[in-house]
Design a protein around this ligand. Structure first.
Ligand SMILES: Cc1cc2nc3c(=O)[nH]c(=O)nc-3n(C[C@H](O)[C@H](O)[C@H](O)COP(=O)(O)OP(=O)(O)OC[C@H]3O[C@@H](n4cnc5c(N)ncnc54)[C@H](O)[C@@H]3O)c2cc1C
Length: 385
């Protein structure tokens, strides 16, 4: 398997790196501090074709592929974990899921708008009592003539309060779990759709999170994605893509921690020399390097397998788990290397430390990834069926 980036991928990487440095970095700390969602930057990223990388030309993308979107995501996440989320909420979640399961009308209406960020997307599985156990959700959708009527509360939804559309998962037949689950493209203007922000998160302050409340929410019957009862399958196929995006995000964060720790260790003088001269600091840096590079190979492997159309459920879980671990360990070490300054908001590593936890929670916690990987290794349930 070849991980050498081609010309297109290198060009995307370079543009993303420059954009992150020039357009995101100058205000990222202030945006985080003010919990400010930079919709303007999401729009600019769309204009640069970042989201469209993974979408075919006929639906407004460039078809550059999964490895291309992965290297772009990594560069953005290296500067802002919050803006990385937009890759999942625009294309890796709703965009690719509508591409795979949608009819022509749905694809034409929504995918180009998600690529261009003319519409902001979201996806909503999680409920107050249904996290890892997605199948235990309570939301329902009942067909009435030409409409479905949705009821339920979704929580911890990225973009809840800003989205124009959300992929909402709900039971059309609650007696069949999880086979009675269905998926709907719900526009936020629909009657009965409302949202409420969730504030005071540990990190990712620049990424809005909230609740979506569906109270007799009426949507046209044509908003059903795929067929009734296919919701759980749709959800799992979507997670396979959003997981790769999270993995690329963790990788970017691990790299940011390494950059900050190396710069500081070379600069900070103690005992008459830079702390970089101490072997224990070198050991900390060495482990960060190894874990980050190992995670990169795993993340790129998953992306290349997607580009090749190979089954990749297992490899994507491995990549996501490894990148989340690398990010968290790197953030932990970076704070230690910066000492008291690592504990201060004066340097970015405190933000990295807060943001890193996210990668161990979303799109399947680290335990869920280990569950998938372990069951596969033990022959209990093969991930790539
Ligand atoms: C910032 C943020 C943004 C989010 N955005 C979205 C979004 O856009 N859309 C959306 O639908 N959701 C979103 N989520 C929710 C996220 O997907 C869930 O938090 C995640 O699925 C875990 O669910 P939970 O938090 O309810 O934990 P739980 O499932 O309650 O898990 C609690 C603990 O038990 C462990 N556990 C659970 N089951 C098992 C098992 N079978 N084996 C071993 N251990 C297990 C978990 O690993 C965890 O440590 C977001 C969350 C955050 C924090």
């Amino acid at each position: 398997m070849n991980f050498t980036l081609n010309e297109d991928q290198l060009a995307f990487q370079e543009v993303a790196r420059k954009f992150a440095r020039e357009e995101i970095a100058p205000t990222v700390a202030a945006d985080d501090h003010a919990s400010r969602f930079r919709r303007d930057l999401v729009k600019k990223m769309a204009e640069l074709g970042f989201y469209g990388c993974v979408i075919p030309e006929e639906y407004g993308g460039s078809g550059a592929g999964y490895l291309a979107v992965t290297v772009v995501t990594e560069e953005i996440a290296r500067v802002s974990a919050a803006l990385r989320v937009s890759f999942s909420t625009q294309v890796m979640g709703p965009g690719l899921t509508i591409l795979k399961w949608g009819n022509e009308e749905q694809k034409t209406k929504y995918i180009p708008a998600l690529c261009d960020a003319d519409m902001l997307g979201a996806f909503a599985m999680t409920e107050p009592n249904a996290g890892s156990d997605v199948g235990s959700m309570k939301a329902t959708a009942v067909r009435h003539g030409d409409e479905y009527i949705l009821n339920g509360t979704k929580t911890w939804i990225s973009n809840a309060q800003f989205c124009d559309l959300a992929l909402v998962f709900a039971y059309t037949d609650p007696t069949q779990r999880p086979r009675g689950m269905s998926c709907f493209i719900v526009e936020s203007q629909s009657p009965g759709f409302s949202s409420r922000p969730l504030e005071d998160k540990l990190g990712l302050h620049g990424s809005p999170t909230g609740e979506i409340i569906l109270e007799d929410c009426r949507i046209p019957a044509g908003a059903l994605l795929g067929r009734e009862g296919e919701g759980f399958k749709i959800c799992m196929s979507m997670l396979e893509n959003t997981r790769l995006s999270c993995a690329a995000g963790g990788l970017g964060l691990a790299r940011a921690c390494l950059d900050a720790a190396v710069a500081y260790a070379n600069d900070r003088q103690q005992f008459g020399q830079p702390v970089a001269k101490f072997q224990m600091v070198q050991e900390q840096i060495a482990r960060m390097v190894v874990e980050e590079e190992a995670a990169r190979l795993l993340v790129y492997r998953a992306a290349v397998m997607k580009d090749m159309g190979l089954p990749n459920n297992r490899e994507t879980s491995i990549a996501k788990y490894a990148a989340a671990q690398a990010a968290n360990h790197a953030a932990d070490e970076a704070v230690k290397i910066l000492g008291a300054y690592g504990y201060s908001e004066e340097y970015p590593v405190a933000r990295y430390y807060r943001d890193a936890k996210y990668y161990q929670i979303v799109e399947g916690t680290s335990n869920i990834q280990k569950w998938i990987i372990g069951q596969d290794a033990l022959g209990i349930r093969k991930a790539n069926r």
